[in-house]
Design a protein around this ligand. Structure first.
Ligand SMILES: O=C(O)c1cc(C(=O)O)c2c(n1)C(=O)C(=O)c1cc(C(=O)O)[nH]c1-2
Length: 232
């Protein structure tokens, strides 16, 4: 027997409930939030997350390439501009690069990706490849971990100045800028997801897709934690 679809409100609530598997709960992030990371650990995280940052626009371009709906493309293209920048706007990748400088990573070291761990590369590439190969609506759904991102950005803005006072304040601009952008992205991503995944089977598939993306982020944290263990 096929089960009745969840209402949009119920479906959205089930997607949001996935937040309990977000990397905000990863032991490495808990250490970050409670001021327990060493400089080497924080630098390792920033250098590795840079690979995620630079691949996001390629992921969004893959979604655009597969998307046959002009209205969606007109809105989605903004994400590429947010990260790559345009005109005088330097964009999110450059903002992350300022974070790299603020934690003491040489610009060349950040940009040549020499600190990127193989499992981090593997996890991020899995996300980009999913966006290349899946129906574009499924790739949109996979971006919905951003529902949970504003909270993690706010956490860093509130605790870094006291817990990691050696990090230059100009480095935190990325986190500040992402709060409103993530909220806007989520509004669009949710709108598309709630209307595309209609049957109960499709809705369950959406939850699996979101779990895949949660796993990408979790795997990145696992890899970083393993490569940069506690020093004491
Ligand atoms: O710092 C974080 O924990 C975090 C998480 C995520 C996320 O949940 O995927 C994103 C971001 N940051 C972020 O800054 C960002 O631009 C972003 C884009 C996307 C996406 O999947 O399209 N996720 C995220």
């Amino acid at each position: 027997m096929t089960e009745a679809p969840w209402s949009k409100a119920e479906f959205e609530a089930r997607l949001r409930a996935k937040g309990d598997r977000y990397h905000i709960h990863h032991p490495f992030n808990i250490k970050m939030r409670t001021g327990q990371l060493s400089k080497t650990q924080l630098q390792g995280w920033v250098a590795n997350r840079f690979y995620y940052q630079i691949m996001i626009p390629q992921k969004d371009a893959a979604i655009m390439a597969n998307c046959n709906d002009r209205e969606t493309r007109r809105r989605w293209v903004q994400r590429i501009l947010d990260h790559d920048g345009f005109g005088d706007n330097q964009g999110g990748i450059e903002a992350w690069s300022r974070l790299g400088e603020a934690v003491g990573i040489e610009r060349d070291t950040l940009w040549n990706l020499s600190k990127v761990l193989p499992p981090v590369k593997f996890a991020v590439d899995a996300y980009v490849n999913f966006a290349r190969r899946a129906p574009w609506q499924e790739a949109v759904c996979s971006s919905l971990t951003e529902m949970f991102a504003p909270e993690i950005h706010k956490e860093r803005l509130s605790n870094w100045p006291t817990d990691y006072p050696w990090v230059g304040a100009e480095g935190l601009g990325y986190f500040r800028s992402r709060i409103s952008l993530a909220e806007r992205d989520v509004e669009h991503g949710l709108e598309l997801t709630l209307s595309y995944f209609q049957t109960r089977q499709q809705q369950e598939r959406a939850l699996e897709i979101l779990q895949f993306k949660l796993d990408v982020l979790w795997a990145m944290s696992d890899a970083i934690a393993a490569a940069y263990p506690d020093e004491n």
